[in-house]
Design a protein around this ligand. Structure first.
Ligand code: FAQ
Length: 312
């Protein structure tokens, strides 16, 4: 179909690196695609609090507990910034929430895996936040202004999260043999799911081409996955831990690591709702929403009373 004059002007603006703002004209599919991505991102931050929230009461020291608590609170803040950004595109908070609670909207596959030992708090910070930053740094330059701006602060906070995770792994991997084994076990379980966070390979990613053209995404899923692997392998070496991939090998020609094959059946199964914790995560969010009903009712009653007083 031929491009309309408005579409051509829109693309020119994007190509010139000018930000698109809420009241600017935009193609309906740009709006739709952004709502999809931003809301999925926001839901990931909100559901992402659950695996780590699981360890707040069991953190091994007061210091670890306060750091973990602060990290989980940061994720809540990220979710709220992202929901606000989605709202500027014309979707309401209730609708966004409904889409999450009914399982209509996706959230990151990674949060459907269980956190069974304390070392998982290290692995999540190091690998999951590490992968999240790798993907989100490019989003600071995304074409939609209200999405790009909060990403700057989010990335700064994710960077602190990644370091606290790496520090936990560093202490464990240089601790007793049992602690080192626990760190290795966490790496073994989180490595492949972390690589899946970047999404399907470029050839199987239906949204990538258009999202790159509109500069919503600035780097492809495979490109980001490769940078993540190259950096993380070196960090694992410092920890003295083994990446669970027998095919991992430095390639002199490409100056990158070659690596094995992702189990894409597992990935698609998890995003279809059949991962180890999908049901548990949704049930927890549904319960939180139901438990918060009285707060919403009280806030509405208070707002109504205030409005009545003002009108009188
Ligand atoms: N999980 O065509 P593409 C965090 C879906 S935040 C589930 O490649 P796209 C912070 C995709 O939605 C982590 N679904 O899609 C934290 C699409 O389905 P649809 C989240 C996935 O959008 C740390 C279909 O597959 N970050 O971790 C996943 O161009 C620690 C086809 O895929 C963001 O959301 C997946 N991993 O690229 C919190 C960043 N991958 O909608 C707590 C923003 C793909 O057609 C603790 N998002 N799908 O039904 C993005 O950059 C992109 O949306 C991608 C996917 C790269 C995730």
């Amino acid at each position: 179909m031929a491009e309309s004059k408005e579409e051509a002007l829109f693309q020119e603006k994007v190509d010139a690196e000018q930000k698109i703002e809420p009241k600017d004209w935009m193609p309906a599919d740009y709006r739709k695609n952004l709502i999809r991505q931003i809301s999925q991102h926001g839901h990931s931050e909100i559901v992402g609090m659950l695996p780590e929230g699981n360890w707040i009461t069991r953190a091994p020291s007061l210091r670890r507990k306060t750091v973990l608590l602060a990290k989980v609170q940061d994720e809540a803040g990220h979710g709220l910034y992202l929901y606000s950004a989605a709202e500027t595109l014309g979707i309401g908070r209730d609708e966004l929430n409904d889409q999450l609670l009914t399982g209509k909207a996706k959230y990151s596959s990674i949060f459907n895996y269980p956190t069974i030992t304390w070392a998982d708090m290290g692995a999540v910070g190091w690998l999951v936040d590490g992968a999240a930053i790798m993907n989100q740094v490019m989003l600071c330059r995304t074409s939609y202004g209200p999405y790009a701006r909060p990403m700057v602060r989010i990335c700064k906070e994710e960077s602190f999260h990644q370091r606290q995770g790496y520090e936990i792994m560093n202490v464990l991997s240089h601790g007793s043999p049992e602690q080192k084994a626990m760190a290795q076990d966490a790496l073994d379980r989180w490595w492949w799911p972390s690589l899946m966070m970047f999404g399907p390979s470029d050839a199987d990613s239906p949204h990538s081409a258009q999202s790159m053209k509109w500069k919503i995404k600035r780097q492809s899923n495979d490109e980001l996955r490769q940078i993540f692997i190259d950096r993380t392998v070196q960090q694992a070496e410092v920890l003295g831990l083994q990446i669970p991939d027998p095919e991992l090998k430095w390639n002199e020609e490409t100056q990158h690591y070659d690596w094995g094959t992702i189990n894409w059946d597992e990935f698609f199964n998890v995003i279809k709702g059949n991962g180890p914790c999908n049901k548990e995560r949704l049930t927890a969010r549904q319960k939180a929403h139901a438990d918060g009903a009285w707060v919403r009712e009280a806030a509405l009653a208070y707002a109504g009373k205030k409005a009545k007083k003002k009108a009188a």
